[in-house]
Design a protein around this ligand. Structure first.
Ligand SMILES: Cc1cc2nc3c(=O)[nH]c(=O)nc-3n(C[C@H](O)[C@H](O)[C@H](O)COP(=O)(O)OP(=O)(O)OC[C@H]3O[C@@H](n4cnc5c(N)ncnc54)[C@H](O)[C@@H]3O)c2cc1C
Length: 415
């Protein structure tokens, strides 16, 4: 087991006061787990983060950061670090990948920021994770254990003890399951079986900017929407690389992720689409493949001194680009409720899920609707054009206000 812990900087009175109390256990050191550790530490609570991978890190490619998560970054005191490394495109543009007509546009930049109070950014997943990891490493009160897969837990009403694959037991005051889509904690709390396979496959890759055809080297999030397919591309790392996500329908796969994609199948699915789409796809030799799954929303993801967070609680298709944003919002809300709960964790966890479940359910369900819209053909794609193409920037903002304005069930600002 690798243990990483650095002596930290800020120690406020609360940390000292709470130091003698048992720590929170957090299963999973991904984006949600680290955000939770950081949010708790800022309130003076100790935690132990247990991550199954041998090192704390992230794979994958780009992550879009809505204005709602920037508000949570403020709460986590990582906003400057995120701003320094994220890239800020000028527009999100949906193009019809058969006709090359512009279907919809959300203007980003100053007008967007003035409207929502925060910008819209894109970031490499590894950079987002690194900022959170360094923010955790810089604080007393967070112990990070890599190579430690959680296999189960026991809640005796006073303490929670977690068992691990390395036969180390950890005992804490409560447990937060931030262990993602294939959570080990979730089955004990909810028991709703395997995630739902959508039949949609995502291929992801990054491309050095000099290899992107010159006329497509644009500082925008471009989504090419085609029948049962779409392709998204945008620049990352101050424009040095391009992130590509190609999605298509296929019933060939049942589950699994992080496999290599089959370029031949990809070319078949996108055959007949505009040459700009095909040109981009053609540039990539090696794709990583994700089988996209989600779940029906649930109302109760806490039991006693155990709760869930992020994909473990409410996995969603990525069509609103919000899974990581929701996990980070969860973390901020959870720490607020724990602090307000004054030691009654069961009540705090209920209050947390009560604030979160309708917002996250809406994202889960609307992500499916957006997916249908992206992949429309025939009359549905005509309807999409009619509904989206004539909107003013303010009308486009109104359509996403529920999400980006970032309010919880009570109407209070999230983060
Ligand atoms: C193609 C694609 C594009 C996406 N784009 C966006 C986007 O633009 N914006 C956005 O906000 N979201 C996006 N998402 C969603 C986002 O990636 C997830 O919602 C987010 O990573 C969830 O974070 P999490 O911390 O809950 O789970 P995860 O990121 O899955 O982290 C879980 C962690 O727990 C660890 N773990 C698992 N089991 C155990 C165990 N038993 N014991 C210990 N550790 C364990 C894992 O190793 C991992 O480190 C996208 C997803 C996909 C597939």
């Amino acid at each position: 087991m690798t243990s990483v812990r650095r002596a930290g900087s800020a120690r406020d009175g609360d940390v000292a006061k709470k130091e003698t109390e048992a720590p929170f256990l957090i299963a999973g050191g991904g984006i949600g787990g680290l955000a939770a550790a950081r949010a708790l530490a800022l309130k003076g609570y100790r935690s132990i983060v247990l991550e199954q991978a041998d090192t704390f890190g992230e794979i994958g490619a780009g992550i879009q950061l809505g204005p709602n998560v920037h508000r949570a970054f403020d709460s986590l005191q990582v906003a400057d670090e995120m701003r320094a490394i994220a890239f800020y495109p000028q527009n999100i543009i949906m193009m019809d990948s058969l006709t090359q007509e512009e279907v919809a546009r959300i203007e980003l930049g100053a007008r967007f920021e003035a409207h929502f109070g925060k910008p819209y950014g894109v970031i490499h997943r590894a950079d987002l994770h690194k900022v959170l990891l360094e923010a955790c490493q810089g604080m007393d009160g967070i112990a990070l254990h890599a190579g430690t897969a959680v296999t189960g837990y026991e809640d005796d009403g006073e303490r929670v003890t977690v068992a691990t694959a390395t036969n180390d037991n950890f005992t804490g005051r409560a447990l937060i399951g931030a262990d993602g889509l294939w959570s080990t904690i979730r089955p004990t709390i909810i028991g709703d079986g395997e995630p739902i396979v959508s039949g949609h496959i995502a291929y992801r890759a990054v491309l050095p900017t000099e290899e992107v055809p010159e006329h497509l080297r644009i500082n925008e999030v471009i989504l090419w929407a085609g029948p049962k397919t779409h392709l998204v591309h945008y620049p990352l790392h101050r424009g040095e690389i391009f992130n590509l996500v190609a999605v298509f329908h296929s019933d060939r796969y049942e589950e699994g992720w992080d496999q290599y994609g089959d370029t031949e199948e990809l070319n078949q699915r996108f055959a007949g689409e505009h040459e700009n789409v095909l040109m981009m796809l053609d540039k990539i030799e090696t794709w990583k493949m994700w089988v996209l799954v989600d779940r029906e929303p649930v109302k109760n993801w806490s039991r006693g001194r155990v709760t869930l967070l992020g994909d473990a609680a409410h996995p969603m298709l990525q069509y609103l680009a919000q899974g990581a944003c929701m996990a980070i919002e969860d973390a901020v809300c959870l720490a607020n409720k724990i602090e307000a709960g004054n030691g009654d964790f069961a009540a705090a966890f209920q209050a947390y899920q009560n604030d979160r479940y309708l917002r996250t359910a809406r994202v889960q369900l609307m992500a499916r609707v957006y997916g249908d819209f992206y992949h429309a053909a025939g009359v549905t794609s005509e309807l999409r054009y009619m509904m989206l193409s004539r909107r003013t920037p303010e009308q486009a903002y109104d359509g996403v206000n529920w999400l980006y304005a970032g309010v919880d069930r009570s109407g209070a600002a999230v983060g």
